[in-house]
Design a protein around this ligand. Structure first.
Ligand code: SF4
Length: 93
């Protein structure tokens, strides 16, 4: 994973978003209320075939997106990924 956080977070609208499978879908399909597991499953299905899934997930981890489905992951799943990533960074330094 990229470690150049500043370069990514300073980009207001990443260009990869133009190629996103969700570009023409409603935001509330990915930003769900409560524990809408059926909704999460629907959103994850869109992400599974998205050509920018990796870029999306990396952006969400690096910018600590705490809401919504990004790169096919829920907020809880990203928290775990981010925790591991930060641990690996600490161990590498
Ligand atoms: S991975 Fe999912 S949330 Fe991210 S851009 Fe693609 S469809 Fe949208």
């Amino acid at each position: 994973m990229t470690t150049n956080v500043a370069a990514i977070t300073e980009t207001p609208l990443p260009l990869w978003r133009n190629r996103a499978a969700c570009a023409s879908l409603p935001d509330d399909m990915f930003f769900l209320a409560g524990d809408d597991f059926a909704g999460m499953k629907r959103a994850k299905k869109v992400c599974a075939d998205c050509p920018v899934k990796d870029e999306c997930l990396e952006f969400a981890i690096l910018t600590n997106q705490s809401l919504g489905i990004w790169g096919g992951t829920t907020p809880n799943e990203r928290r775990q990924i981010r925790r591991r990533w930060l641990r690996d960074l600490r161990e590498a330094s």
